[in-house]
Design a protein around this ligand. Sequence first.
Ligand SMILES: [Zn+2]
Length: 282
Amino acid sequence: MKKMPVLLTFDVDGEMIWRCRDPENANRPVALSLGEYGIKCGLPRVLKTLKKFDLPATFFVPGFIAEKYPHVIPLLNDGRNDIGNHSYSHTYPDKFPSKEAEEEDYKKAQKILTEQLGWEPKGYRSPAWEYSVHSLDIIEEMGFEYASNMMGSDSIEYLDTSAVPGGRKSNIVELPIHWILDDAAFWMYSVRIVGKAMQPLESVLDCWCREFDGLYEDFMAEVAEKGDSDICFVLTCHPQIIGRPSRVSVLERLIEHMNGTGNVEYITAKTAVERFRARHEA
Ligand SMILES: [Zn+2]
């Protein structure tokens, strides 16, 4: 029986998630400490959970974080996990003043990550889950194999930005994400984010389990009909958010729920992309 692919992805943003929202946060130690928590406490807790269930994961790390906390990449680079480029400064792509500035930022991150990893990351995740008008050109020119930013599908596809003027189909493989499968949408909190409230743990667990159940059902139906499927379950979490004790227990219960099918396979982005390319010509 074909197994449902599950990709656990983590954006190790540290304090950059706060600095990019408001440059003034660079002068606010409490705001920065929220991000530092992700490196100091959240990431070890996430890694403990992955170890407990013996699962690989995919981590997107801003170059600034890799540089500031040089223990992080060696901790993640265990030969099983995949690590991707998440820019250097976590600047929202449309905030760069020029193509050159955006390119320089991604290349700076790529250099740092490559040096620390001993291999070159092949994946790119935008800090804002959006592209600038230059982003696609840049990530193609940099030779990325995959990206994980689009919300238009349940299935792995070739990246297609033709919905916007100047957009086009690309040979880059796109691993679909959605806000509903992102811990930040439910739990990212600051008194400065207007209208934000923390959601109850059980509601988030229920939501993620039902999302999985629906995708699993569709995956199995496609497999029955066509023999295979590109539907996958991609969860995106941030160590500073999911890494609180109560929330990591939600992640563990989700994993137990998915394992209950007896038919899931936890794979990295790299593996998902290799399998997709083997089945679909660019
Ligand atoms: Zn991020």
